[in-house]
Design a protein around this ligand. Structure first.
Ligand SMILES: Cc1cc2nc3c(=O)[nH]c(=O)nc-3n(C[C@H](O)[C@H](O)[C@H](O)COP(=O)(O)OP(=O)(O)OC[C@H]3O[C@@H](n4cnc5c(N)ncnc54)[C@H](O)[C@@H]3O)c2cc1C
Length: 392
């Protein structure tokens, strides 16, 4: 067959849409429309005022996006690729909204779904899928981030009860959560606990003055003698495998999400370059600008293909945690590069919230750090390649 001669669509240059089935396109388009109508018009203001739009939670739930890749208990039960595509569209709007959905579905609902008792599932999952209850995931602490096994939060038995003491830090959704999935060290191993946030001794304090993920709630969780019944522990998992498996789920969404943010930056730069004139012509007509636009387009298409490939592997049951690390490592650093390049195309306008670029750029700095920093994913992959763990 010969090569076609037409000019590809600048917004889907490699025609990646052809890799999606009808249902995936429907889900993707539905989320894209929601983002265009409900997020894009106001997100600059939410970011500026540092508020998360809680009023959107029920609407996000009505689209079936909360715990969407889980089966049963009111969850939509889509394939993993569709979940990834939803993350991509949400993050094209704002990383904060994607983070809300990731934390709710992958970090709070997933451990209950995978490791919870039937009673725990019945109590929390339908309410969380419907947006009537919000969850958060407490793993990181002030003194243990990349090395969460060094946690100080302790859970001790007292008769039939558990008593939790400790502090969790940087917890997305913390201040708006109804239930916190808290990982704590017991006498034997790390265990996950479901902590209703109205339990005496539990409090959440907002992390203030963030310059990234401002349209997202980030909190410190304080647990002081938090007494829970014996059945508050997740029965199905012990050890660091529990939290790490949840992180793999959420990182998978980030592989797609980062490309959503990158795509939004590329498109903003492309639109701007075509209309902004200097030296008597659009800046898009300068070779140096074209190089930036081409580099961004190639990066977004390559990262999207990588995300879709990992999605297909997950749906086939062939995805290992180290595969997810390839996507998290590369797509986030590439997205950040795209955002910075787009910012330069917009010149001075690129530093204001009138355009989405600097908001995405600042948000992506958090994405580079959370869910395993770039250094940690490099070490995970280094170990996978060589057999040598170089973490410590
Ligand atoms: C906005 C936001 C939201 C978050 N949400 C959540 C949440 O919902 N739940 C949760 O539990 N956590 C959350 N986190 C925390 C996040 O997961 C941690 O910030 C992350 O794991 C890194 O930990 P740290 O910030 O303590 O950095 P550190 O671990 O102190 O790392 C600092 C630097 O040292 C590097 N480093 C560390 N160890 C090594 C090593 N062995 N070799 C080479 N370099 C190394 C790191 O890569 C990094 O560059 C969130 C963070 C942010 C910013």
């Amino acid at each position: 067959m010969s090569v076609l001669t037409g000019v590809p669509d600048a917004r889907d240059f490699l025609a990646t849409d052809s890799l999606l089935d009808e249902e995936e396109i429907l889900i993707r388009d539905t989320v894209r429309r929601f983002v265009a109508e409900r997020i894009v018009p106001d997100v600059g203001e939410w970011f500026e005022r540092a508020t998360f739009p809680r009023e959107l939670i029920k609407d996000i739930a009505a689209l079936g996006l909360l715990g969407m890749h889980l089966d049963g208990y009111g969850c939509a039960g889509t394939n993993a690729t569709s979940y990834g595509l939803a993350c991509m569209e949400l993050e094209a709007g704002d990383t904060g909204v994607r983070s809300f959905v990731s934390v709710q579905g992958s970090l709070a609902m997933f451990p209950i779904w995978a490791y919870g008792s039937e009673e725990q599932k019945q109590r929390w999952l339908p309410a969380m899928a419907a947006g009537d209850a919000v969850g958060c995931f407490g793993l990181t602490e002030p003194d243990s981030g990349s090395d969460p096994a060094g946690m100080r939060t302790r859970a001790r038995r007292d008769g039939d009860d558990w008593v939790l003491d400790g502090t969790k830090m940087w917890i997305t959704n913390g201040g708006i959560a109804d239930v916190a999935v808290v990982w704590a060290m017991t006498d034997d191993s790390v265990r996950g606990f479901l902590v209703p946030t109205d339990t005496p001794g539990f409090s959440a304090n907002a992390v203030e003055r963030k310059l990234s993920l401002r349209a997202s709630v980030t909190s410190e969780l304080v647990l002081e003698g938090v007494r829970l019944p014996g059945d508050a522990v997740l029965p199905g998992v012990q050890g660091m495998r529990g939290p790490l498996s949840c992180l793999s789920e959420a990182r998978f969404g980030i592989v797609f999400g980062a490309m959503g943010a990158a795509r939004a930056c590329f498109e903003a730069a492309l639109d701007y370059a075509k209309t902004r004139e200097q030296f008597g012509k659009p800046i898009a007509a300068f070779q140096l600008t074209q190089r930036k636009l081409v580099d961004m387009m190639v990066a977004v298409n390559r990262g999207t293909l990588l995300a879709l490939h990992l999605g297909r592997m997950k749906d086939a049951g062939d995805l290992a945690a180290a595969h997810v690390s390839v996507g998290k490592l590369d797509n986030v650093r590439v997205a950040l590069d795209v955002a910075r390049t787009a910012r330069s195309v917009l010149g001075a306008n690129g530093v204001t919230l009138e355009y989405p670029v600097i908001r995405h750029m600042n948000n992506l700095e958090s994405v580079l750090t959370y869910e395993g920093t770039n250094e940690i994913h490099t070490l995970i992959l280094g170990q996978a390649l060589t057999g040598h763990a170089a973490f410590a």
